[in-house]
Design a binder for this molecule. Structure first.
Ligand code: GCV
Length: 677
């Protein structure tokens, strides 16, 4: 399968007018070592050379340099670039600075780490392509999250769970694929600061269980080495029942000596051959996956058993908190799936090893278009935590609809937890600022596949790019990220910028308007999760209800309901409990109210449902028109590809509008005051 270069596309030329070209690229080390010994610095130098060729037509061969003295000789517009390794400092791995001296034309990328040199080079390439003045190349950056990770839900048969952009480029017919595309992917994600990647689905079944065994050893070794060149550590998802499925034991009890000995042998063996492996991601006791509960053990017992084995190798265990009862009786109004993660993990706070990180989905349910922030972030005080976002658009339009997710991620990260100081946010927790821990970060379930453009919908690439940039620097605004992505992907034409930024910034609110209202979520077709089906999950065992009846709708999660709201710290708990202060957009997530209940907007719930669905469907039409205005400004291939997706989106938005409005017209018996049918 062909693939495009996405935002690394060399067709976007240098935008800095006062550079005519780059004369030389030099490697230099303040510490006297030979920097090219470092595989990551080699990659950085190669990337710089390649970008220079793409921007200026000639590719200087990187040379070693002892001092920059000889380079202070600018006599034309051309510049020289120095990649300078500095002495160790106390900045995070990956920190770098770029200094650009206009009078000499010398551009220096400095860092104490190979990763920093690589990130500095990519930053410099982005800046050369997007800013219009030499002095704007100057910057200093440092990654905020120690772990910036992508989770692939790729299966070994080549399918991708919740994948919307083709098949896996890692696996096919139970084989691991390693080719040009693998390297292209590594450079793509390294360019936005990603430093960890889990290549297989958390639902580890069949052949995937054997990824830790000798069967796939040589490919895992090769892949690990390939990613290492880009400063990325490879991780694998584990099957907790591997001692039974691979080892033939009769159980997987984490406290059973035979089980522990089996894991120790298996993982010692693996790390001996692949010492650079980052570690493992585990989904246990969740949606049918095996776990410690079967043996009456805790998740701390399970995670710590594995963590102890891989600690000597510097390995990490990333343990998912997505643990809930997926066999609930829908008639049971006391059990609440939203409470499950907090209830399961708070009692274990402080019991996990230092090399265990709990990975927590952004909301308490499952990646809906609108959910409150998981209260677990405000609860755990003595445990490493990591954010799990989803850029695969499972519930947000499946990469047929455009949904720029970065504003939503920003909202989650900026949420105040009140766990410590009044201004402590979720971002402070997952970047280690609140508790001073180093094992933490952000992960996203990725949206990539083997489609030519990687992400199916061309505009969905903004989410992949944006997640990387945001995990590196959460202070960036979603507008800044969009601006940078648009310029790198489509060039600096102002009309393109205006129209695509309009589309991106409108996309999330639009999708939210024409799908499930006021935070209630889940009104999708079961199984594949695309398209409207109000009662699709209503009478099911998944714990996903909207509780609509003739009088009203929403789940009562306050003191008189399931008590979920009490999992938040004050003042969040009171804000959500109190109808006067509960935000409209989360009202039906938090409370059951009559259709005639008046929102802060002044509208009744039922009229809001009608109005927002009509508005959302109309906005989808407007976004499509905006895209149509780009005809002739964007290459025909990408233009047509996106247009075809907008056609689907407009059709689907109208279907959502009609299905939801008709359902609630019938259920409530209250007509639309605007007389629409
Ligand atoms: C990988 C949701 C998805 C599943 C996914 C699960 C998870 O339930 O629908 O496909 O499984 O989340 O995050 O583990």
């Amino acid at each position: 399968m062909e693939y495009e270069a996405a935002w690394l596309d060399g067709r976007v030329p240098c935008a800095v007018p006062d550079i005519g070209g780059i004369d030389g690229i030099y490697l230099m080390s303040d510490t006297g070592g030979i920097p090219s010994d470092n595989v990551i610095i080699d990659t950085a130098a190669r990337e710089m050379g390649r970008a220079v060729r793409e921007m200026f037509g000639t590719e200087p061969v990187p040379k070693q340099l002892l001092s920059t003295d000889t380079l202070y000789t600018k006599s034309n517009l051309n510049a020289n670039i120095v990649l300078r390794t500095t002495a160790a400092d106390n900045k995070p791995v990956g920190a770098f600075s770029i200094t650009a001296d206009g009078s000499t034309g010398l551009i220096t990328v400095s860092s104490a780490s190979g990763e920093g040199i690589l990130y500095g080079v990519f930053r410099l390439i982005f800046l050369l392509r997007t800013v219009t003045a030499f002095d704007r190349l100057n910057c200093s950056e440092s990654p905020a999250s120690p772990l910036r990770m992508l989770n692939h839900w790729d299966n070994l048969d080549g399918s991708i769970e919740r994948g919307y952009s083709g098949k896996s480029f890692f696996f096919e017919n139970d084989r691991i694929i390693i080719n040009d595309r693998t390297e292209a992917y590594a450079r793509l994600i390294a360019s936005v600061g990603i430093n960890a990647v889990v290549i297989n689905n958390v639902n580890v079944k069949a052949a995937a269980t054997k990824l830790i065994s000798a069967v796939y050893r040589s490919e895992i070794k090769t892949l690990t080495g390939l990613f290492k060149k880009y400063g990325i550590r490879l991780y694998l998802s584990l099957n907790f029942a591997a001692p039974m499925e691979l080892g033939g034991l009769d159980g997987s009890d984490p406290l059973d000596e035979k089980v522990r000995a089996w894991w120790k042998r298996a993982l010692d063996d693996l790390y001996t051959d692949v010492p650079d492996l980052g570690g493992f991601l585990i989904k246990a006791d969740s949606e049918g996956r095996p776990g410690p509960f079967t043996y009456g053990r805790t998740h701390a017992d399970g995670a710590n058993m594995l963590a102890d084995i891989i600690a000597p190798y510097g390995g990490l265990i990333i343990w998912r908190c997505f643990v809930y009862n997926c066999k609930q009786d829908w008639r049971d109004t006391v059990t609440d799936r939203a409470k499950a993660q907090y209830d399961n993990f708070i009692p274990l706070d402080g019991q996990f090893r230092d090399n265990v990180i709990l990975q927590i989905k952004n909301g308490p349910m499952d990646f809906q278009a609108r959910e409150p922030v998981s209260p677990l972030f405000g609860g755990l005080k003595k445990t490493n935590e990591m954010m799990e976002f989803q850029i695969a658009q499972e519930y947000t339009g499946q990469q047929k609809h455009v949904f720029y997710l970065i504003p939503m991620f920003k909202e989650v990260l900026e949420f105040r937890t009140y766990i410590k100081d009044t201004d402590d946010t979720v971002c402070d927790i997952v970047t280690g600022r609140t508790f001073g821990n180093v094992n933490c970060g952000m992960a996203a379930v990725t949206n990539t596949g083997n489609d030519e453009n990687w992400t199916g919908h061309d505009l969905a690439a903004a989410n992949l790019f944006g997640f990387g940039r945001l995990s590196f620097d959460p202070t960036l605004s979603s507008e800044d990220i969009a601006r940078e992505w648009i310029a790198l992907t489509f060039g600096s034409d102002d009309v393109i910028f205006q129209l695509i930024s309009y589309i991106l910034s409108t996309s999330g609110p639009t999708y939210e308007k024409y799908t499930a209202p006021l935070g209630v979520g889940w009104m999708v077709n079961p199984g594949h999760h695309y398209g409207p089906n109000v009662d699709g999950y209503e009478f099911s065992e998944w714990g996903t209800y909207h509780r609509s009846d003739a009088e009203g709708m929403g789940v009562e999660r306050g003191i008189k309901g399931t008590g979920y709201i009490q999992q938040y710290n004050e003042p969040n708990a009171s804000t959500y409990e109190n109808l006067e202060t509960c935000p409209d957009e989360l009202l039906l997530f938090m409370h059951h109210v009559p259709y005639t209940y008046r929102l802060h907007s002044g509208k009744t719930v039922i009229q809001h449902i009608y109005d927002s669905h009509y508005e959302g469907a109309e906005e989808a039409v407007r976004m499509r028109s905006a895209w149509c205005s780009l005809k002739g400004r964007i290459d025909a291939k990408r233009y047509e590809r996106v247009l075809a997706r907008f056609d689907l989106q407009v059709e689907s938005a109208a279907e959502w509008r009609d299905a939801i409005c008709s359902y609630y017209r019938q259920k409530s018996g209250i007509p639309d005051e605007k007389g629409r049918i």
